[in-house]
Design a protein around this ligand. Structure first.
Ligand SMILES: Nc1nc2c(ncn2[C@@H]2O[C@H](COP(=O)(O)OP(=O)(O)O)[C@@H](O)[C@H]2O)c(=O)[nH]1
Ligand SMILES: [Mg+2]
Length: 309
């Protein structure tokens, strides 16, 4: 049985089989101290790897888009890793299966590593697991790390915080700008893509989004709005260019913004770890009588909390 340190060492050579084992260690929280010693390039400065988050409603075409981005990056000789995060439910393995199939043509390519993370069988928060997996892939030398996740609630926004550049994928059917704003997507988007532009309504949504972006603060990055059809491979290159421009901005004028985001992510990771530890301790210290009283509605969860030191 190799130790966690052995597994990580071999994973850092980029061997997919060992990467897979290392990610499993991270998921099961069995590699804490070893992870701390990883040489994460992005902790020092933005640039390499470029971590790109792709979020948006289910069915918007995120996985199809990711597949196209993989193709472009491979053509440039970059090594690409994809982390497909499914926070929606422990039972939605089907969605991830769909993602897998859409990216399948890359599975024979040793320059591409695809891994899915779901809440199933997870001890801790998905956003902290995602952040640690991205750190591993960074240290393993990937040039481009794509993180795909469904964007709906606050916890999902935590997943996307790991990215340097967040691409929000919408469709003419995803509703209007007001809904986008409500979902918090307007604040996190560095690039907007109105996908499925082969269908009617894309230009209208793009115009609406542009107007909302223009109303934002002056001194920060203004998210470009693109229309695309991932299915027909149209508009993908322009989005890649936008993402590259955004990364350049992060290295220059936007460095303070980038640093703040990276710092926020570090604090979030710490708080997630604290919460996980507290939860594990509370579980192992839970007296059978207290559990019984909770189950019998004789003791309220709040009252039980007050009994903790
Ligand atoms: N018409 C059209 N369909 C698309 C486009 N991009 C993706 N799709 C389809 O939309 C469905 C959902 O795509 P998928 O990439 O799995 O979406 P995800 O849930 O956001 O990852 C699939 O049937 C795709 O073939 C597009 O640009 N135009
Ligand atoms: Mg998908």
């Amino acid at each position: 049985m190799p130790t966690a340190a052995d597994v990580l060492k071999r994973a850092l050579n980029g061997e997919r089989r060992w990467l897979a084992r290392a990610v499993t260690l991270i998921e099961h929280r069995r590699a804490g101290a070893e992870l701390a010693s990883l040489s994460v390039r992005r902790h020092r400065a933005p640039g390499v790897p470029h971590v790109v988050g792709i979020t948006g409603p289910p069915g918007a075409g995120k996985s199809t888009f990711v597949d196209r981005l993989i193709g472009h990056a491979r053509a440039k000789g970059q090594r690409v890793a994809v982390v497909a995060v499914d926070p929606s439910s422990p039972f939605s393995g089907g969605a991830i299966l769909g993602d897998r199939i859409r990216m399948e043509r890359h599975t024979g390519d040793s320059g591409v590593y695809v891994r899915s993370l779901s809440s199933r069988g997870h001890l801790g928060g998905l956003s902290s697991a995602t952040a640690e997996v991205v750190n591993l892939l960074d240290a393993a030398g990937f040039d481009l790390i794509l993180v795909e996740t469904v964007g709906v609630g606050q916890s999902e926004l935590g997943v996307i915080e790991v990215a340097d550049t967040a691409i929000v994928v919408l469709t003419p059917e995803s509703g209007d700008t007001v809904q986008t704003m409500k979902a918090g997507l307007l604040e996190i988007a560095d690039v907007f893509v109105v996908n499925k532009a082969d269908r009617p309504g894309a230009d209208r949504l793009a115009r609406e989004l542009s107007r909302s972006v223009e109303m934002g603060p002056d001194d920060e990055w203004r998210a470009p709005v693109r229309t695309a059809s991932a299915l027909e491979r149209k508009g993908v290159e322009a989005v890649l260019e936008d993402a590259a421009n955004h990364l350049q901005w992060c290295c220059g004028d936007g460095k303070a913004v980038w640093r703040r985001r990276r710092g926020d992510a570090q604090v979030r990771l710490f708080l997630d770890l604290v919460a996980e530890r507290a939860r594990a301790q509370a579980l192992s210290n839970l007296e059978p009588e207290v559990a019984a009283a909770l189950r019998g509605f004789e003791l309220s969860p709040h009252a039980a909390l007050e009994t903790l030191s």
